[in-house]
Write a protein of this length. Structure first.
Length: 376
């Protein structure tokens, strides 16, 4: 059994490929990143197709916006070129995993040589994302189509990729249910939750006592992440003895919500940080909060849990599949700041120990078992 994986960037699929390699089940990892940009400990059978990726990130870094195409156009150009490169270099294997938007030609090539195709969904269908997020962008006076345009050509390509997929691999039951809602048969959907790198994300060796309740948010602080719900919950709580630490980029689309915040809880911004720095924040904080309006999974959930940090997530976060209410975290209704404040107050007053482990070997074994069963 050999499973090949194709991805323009390492994201969640590179560690999954590593887990499959440990099981002697990886065919090839097709990378849009150059080899030197992959994790240094990686020794996977890898084919790199990185010419366009290098150009795209070079332009984004070096050229002023007025002298280059928009980032959306650049990434589409990157994905389509990568897809064609994979199609030209596809090896014999049992399955090819790839992500929506970057697998049309490679899936056509895979079917021609008898390889089973698996569309790997970190999030739900784009149409569902648009449906969920349009009202939120309208709330702050923005048009979603201007911020993240998806045109007829994009949806036509996505529809063909769906039609070429023998199987769909969903990151969570939320993504699974969204796929079912657009007509994908449940029997064609595999649910494989993500893991965390246990070399980086692990509990503290000598836990230090926490002097105050530290709330951690990790990810891009934008509208999709439900920032307003968190800020409103803090205003309701009126706790000056708490603090919130934001890790990740602060997006301009959420600036109005930050500017309107008048709560007593101090808020600190740390910007994007390394994985090791994020793990340390999880080990020294009190609780992770992910109040997203739309989140197919949320890698920070298994990462935080693996560091001994409970996770409070909205019911639209796919990582809720790993959360046991008030045992290792909480699940609350999205867009409900009163419910979020209640869970924050509960964890501030009563914090059970969290002992969890989500190594990438778990999803790799799950995926291998599902693949073997599909061929039986």
């Amino acid at each position: 059994m050999k499973i090949s994986i194709s991805a323009t960037n390492p994201c969640h699929l590179h560690p999954l490929a590593s887990g499959l390699a440990d099981l002697n089940a990886l065919g090839c990892y097709h990378s849009g990143y150059p080899t030197w940009k992959l994790p240094p400990e990686s020794a996977l059978p890898t084919r790199t197709h990185s010419f366009r990726t290098t150009l795209v990130y070079g332009m984004l870094k070096l050229l002023p916006a007025k002298f280059r195409p928009g980032s959306r156009a650049l990434f589409l150009w990157q994905d389509h070129g990568f897809d064609r490169a994979v199609a030209r270099n596809l090896e014999s294997c049992n399955f090819l995993h790839a992500m929506p938007g970057q697998c049309l030609e490679s899936f056509r090539a895979a079917r021609r040589i008898g390889v089973q195709t698996v569309l790997n969904h970190a999030t739900g269908p784009v149409r569902e994302w648009v449906k969920i997020m349009e009202p939120e962008y309208a709330r702050v006076g923005l048009r979603l189509s201007n911020v993240c345009p998806y045109d007829h050509a994009y949806f036509a390509r996505e529809d063909e990729e769906y039609a070429l997929a023998h199987w769909h691999c969903a990151a969570s039951t939320i993504v699974r249910d969204q796929l079912i809602s657009i007509g994908i048969p449940p029997a064609k959907i595999w649910v494989v939750p993500y893991g965390a790198d246990s070399r980086i994300f692990h509990p503290p060796v000598n836990p230090a006592p926490r002097e105050r309740f530290k709330i951690v948010f990790a990810g891009q602080a934008g509208l999709r992440k439900g920032i307003k719900t968190l800020l409103d919950a803090l205003t309701i709580a009126a706790r000056s003895d708490w603090q919130v630490d934001f890790y990740g980029a602060r997006l301009e689309e959420a600036e109005r919500d930050f500017a309107d915040y008048r709560g007593a809880t101090p808020v600190h911004f740390h910007g994007p940080v390394s994985q090791s720095a994020l793990a340390e924040a999880f080990r020294t904080g009190s609780v992770l909060v992910l109040p997203s309006l739309e989140e197919g999974f949320g890698l920070v959930v298994p990462q935080a849990l693996s560091c001994g940090m409970p996770c409070i997530v909205s019911d639209r976060v796919g990582g809720r599949d790993l959360v046991r209410h008030r045992e290792n975290g909480s699940v609350f209704p999205a867009l409900d700041p009163h419910a979020l404040e209640e869970e924050l107050s509960w964890w501030a007053a009563d914090r059970p120990d969290v002992r969890e482990s989500f190594p990438w070997s778990h999803p790799a074994r799950t995926l291998l078992a599902l693949s073997q069963a599909s061929l039986a």
